[in-house]
Write a protein that binds this ligand. Sequence first.
Ligand code: HAS
Ligand code: CU
Length: 563
Amino acid sequence: MVGSIPNSRAIADVYSAHPEKKVTLYFIVTGFVALLVGALLGPFQAFNYAGINLYGILKPLIRSYYQGLTIHGVLNAIVFTSFVITGLMYYLPIRELKVKANLTYMWINYGVMVAGLLIAALGILANTSNVLYTFYPPLQGHWSFYIGAALIVVGSIMPLFELLRLRSKWKREHSGAVTPIVTYMSLMTLLMWTLASVGIVTEVVWFLIPWSLGLREGVDPLLSRTLFWFTAHPIVYYWLLPAYISWYALVPKQAGGELVSDSLARLAFVMFLLFSTPVGFHHQFTDPGVPAAWKMIHSMLTMFVGIPSMLTAFTVAGSLEYGGRLRGGKGVLGWIGKLPWGNASFTAQILAMLSFIVGGAGGIVNASFSLNPLIHKTAWIPGHFHTKVGTATTLTFMGMTFWLIPHLTRKKLYSNTLALAASWFWFIGMMVFALGMHWQGLLSVPRRAFISGMAENLKNLYADAATPQFITGISGVLLLIAIILYWTVLFATLLAKERVDEGQEPKIPFVTSREMRSEGTLKLLDNLLFWFIMAVIIVLVAYLPSLITMFSNQIPVPGLKPW
Ligand code: HAS
Ligand code: CU
């Protein structure tokens, strides 16, 4: 490192070459501050599933288990993911295309989402909206919860239009070339998410906001749930695919390798666009009003959506192997030891990948029409998704910040050793949590249950789950340590005084990609409108018959507020 320059001048010119760095930093840091608040409630929930009720410590701020769980789910699953993903969806394509983005539009986008966050916080912190992050009616939250959530969803879709504009500008200047890979994957993610969001936007804007304002007598719970799950399965790929973009287009470079197949990566994203949305009934296998035939069709389509993840494993593993061999790895598996395990950003993301496999296997059980009833609404489900959004996505984003924050701010990472420790504690903590909760689920311990606060006469209801409950409690301690380590690294890096000279900061570890001609398969894969229309057709076939029946046979139910 050449040397550092005084802070005052540094701020002025840190962003001058790339002003999009500043708004990206705001998106990323806002997301991780939200995650810190949400994550800190996590150990309380793990201790609850160990039979230990520590909620008294949180009073009067947090007045109940369900208020705490709502804050945990909303901040972690909706706010953290939306802010970080929106920042990444802008920044990586802008830098890959080497174009100037509309900064005003980006800052307006940031403002819309911050407004949504603050408005939703009104209802939640006032203890009027303990509806959890799935906000199923007839539980009725305050109107501020629904309006805030709607603004965050609108904000999460906004990057699509700027990226489409930047892509067509780039294509005019590079005629005959296909969309560069990171921009391509980002656009496919946002197209999928825009199609998927139609369900939740209809539910919230058409039904729940007027209902919460007293303009609607009641809403039909089955129709609301169906519109919610229309969106809420594909939302998991909105959370996952930005992590995949790093696993495909950045991590191989960090491993000293390259992306071994650009077109296989594009094919995986086409499959996610086509099959992410028409599967939502796999969350409603026990809902009475959904015809069994459609549940079976959605179950089979869900198995389909596992295929692009298999493709991803194949391509990513090949790309890592390429890097390991360039580093001198020999024999069938000798390349693994040669990978840069001392690099916190790299290791965090490999641990995230391994966690994805565990959760994916459980996902196939969830998706099975005959097995699902064994685990539906049990602790198995949080066990599943803490390996997915809780680790595959979250630990990947943490791993990315270990180069991205120094890249954006020109400040050195506070400590690679602490960052490595945070990654291992998070990974091991989440694996222990997943073991405890999957196991409790198999013993029929319910999810979303204040089991540490049960009445005296029910105290021994889950006595046979004592071992997995103990395991779950251990995970709470490990994850608390991980939280302290990670946010120490993040804030110490952000608050550092010194900045390195221009050009000394970490580069974006893009894999090497050359300009490819738009012909043959690549031309077909690059036809975004065609694939989007195909996706809309599949979704209409999978949903329209049931939705027509539900819309025409609504049973409006008034709101419940048991808090
Ligand atoms: Fe899930 C419930 C099925 C993926 C998140 N899931 C949830 C909930 C959340 C969630 C939050 O079918 C709870 C919602 C609620 O509150 O009620 N899920 C699946 C399936 C997949 C899946 C089939 N889920 C995710 C991802 C999530 C996520 C990703 C967040 C990011 N899930 C379900 C079902 C339910 C459910 C039902 C409802 C259950 C109920 O009854 O309520 C698939 O995408 C999984 C694909 C994976 C596989 C496994 C094999 C894959 C391998 C290779 C991949 C490895 C890679 C790693 C890419 C087919 C072996 C990189 C490679 C290396 C080099 C290591
Ligand atoms: Cu799902």
